[in-house]
Write a protein that binds this ligand. Structure first.
Ligand code: G3H
Ligand code: 13P
Ligand code: ZN
Length: 327
């Protein structure tokens, strides 16, 4: 199977109460770790590339690595791995056009920080070009807190999606999926200690997601695929390992996995995960260097890092997204 759009993936995910994982990719080991998990579990997959990832690794390298993963799954596992190649947080028509022209099957145009009418106008422009080229589009309404590339949104400047706007937005733009803000946040520090309570172990417990908003959106857009950004759960085992081996990530906190599982059973068909990949990789590399101070061959520490990514992604697919054996 070649690269695919997310259309069939989302239709099946909606019908069967699961979500497809959208994982951010920046280099070969990350792509290999994620695609090995999807191949072993026969899971549909979205690999997403941010503007920063494209600047870091170069469009053509990422594209060829993704194509290599599809070929590898076919040749070595006899599995037609369906991969949707998606632009994450596109911020201009030109960037979206360049990705569409360069072989992406899906793009996000993120006009969520713009006034409503401007968001509609920009999103509509991208949808027209994308649909003419067989590419699907994700739009966004509402603003998540956290950090995306150079954009840093404070909790005070973030805003939940207003359910009363979603039908108008979808009808006037023609988007194929919609990212909404219901309390998730980008990065490894999703909430300040003030926004959380603490459990008996003294760990931070974040405020619950706004399922009332999701329910209202679902009622207004029956059958329409919803996307959750900022959905890393920031596993404390990785944070503790990073801190134990010389790192400094105090009070890093994410979205509880049970809440993501609930959302996946509802209209949420795509769940974005980047920070957890970074944490899995960094925890593994820090541990490796601490335990093997004489190692200097990158293969020695990148091999276990790639394995750590694979294990983390398999856990997400089985226990959180519910997308294993759905491809
Ligand atoms: O939402 C943002 C993603 O985590 C991508 O991060 O822009 O640093 O590549 P990045
Ligand atoms: P996390 O930072 O929670 O992994 O979110 C990633 C994301 O939303 C990418 O668009
Ligand atoms: Zn995001």
């Amino acid at each position: 199977m070649a690269k695919v759009t997310s259309t069939k993936m989302f239709a099946d995910a909606y019908k069967n109460g699961y979500a497809v994982g959208a994982f951010n990719v920046n280099n070969m080991e990350i792509i290999q770790g994620i695609t090995a998990a999807a191949t072993e579990l026969h899971a549909p997959l979205i690999l997403q590339v941010s503007k920063g990832a494209r600047a870091y690794a170069n469009h053509i390298y990422l594209m060829k690595l993704i194509e290599a993963a599809i070929e590898d799954a076919q040749q070595n596992a006899g599995f037609d791995l369906p991969i949707c190649v998606h632009l994450d947080h596109g911020d201009s028509f030109e960037l979206c056009k360049s990705c569409i022209d360069g072989g992406f099957t899906s793009v996000m145009i993120d006009g969520s920080s713009k006034p409503y009418e401007e968001n509609i106008k920009l999103t509509r422009q991208v949808v027209e070009y994308a649909h003419d080229h067989g590419v699907v589009v994700e739009g966004e309404l509402g603003t998540l807190a956290g950090i995306e590339d150079e954009v840093k949104v404070s909790a005070a400047d973030s805003s939940y999606t207003r359910p009363e706007e979603v039908e108008d937005f979808v009808n006037r733009t023609g988007v194929d999926s919609l990212a909404i803000a219901i309390g998730t946040s980008h990065g490894a520090y999703k909430f300040t200690a003030d926004q959380c309570t603490r459990n008996e172990k003294g760990q931070l417990v974040p405020p619950p997601l706004r399922f009332d908003i999701l329910t209202e959106v679902e009622k207004r857009l029956p059958g329409f695929p919803i996307v959750l950004h900022g959905s890393s759960s920031v596993p404390q085992e990785f944070v503790q390992k990073i801190n134990a081996y010389g790192g400094k990530m105090p009070d890093a906190v994410g979205i509880p996995e049970e809440q993501l599982r609930e959302a996946a059973k509802m209209a949420v068909c795509k769940i974005n995960i980047d920070s957890d990949l970074r944490l899995a990789m960094t925890a593994s590399i820090r541990e490796h260097f601490a335990l093997n101070p004489d190692h200097f061959d990158p293969r020695q520490y990148l091999k276990p890092a790639r394995e750590a990514i694979k294990a983390m992604v398999m856990h997400k697919m089985i226990d959180v997204l519910g997308c294993d054996h759905r491809a």
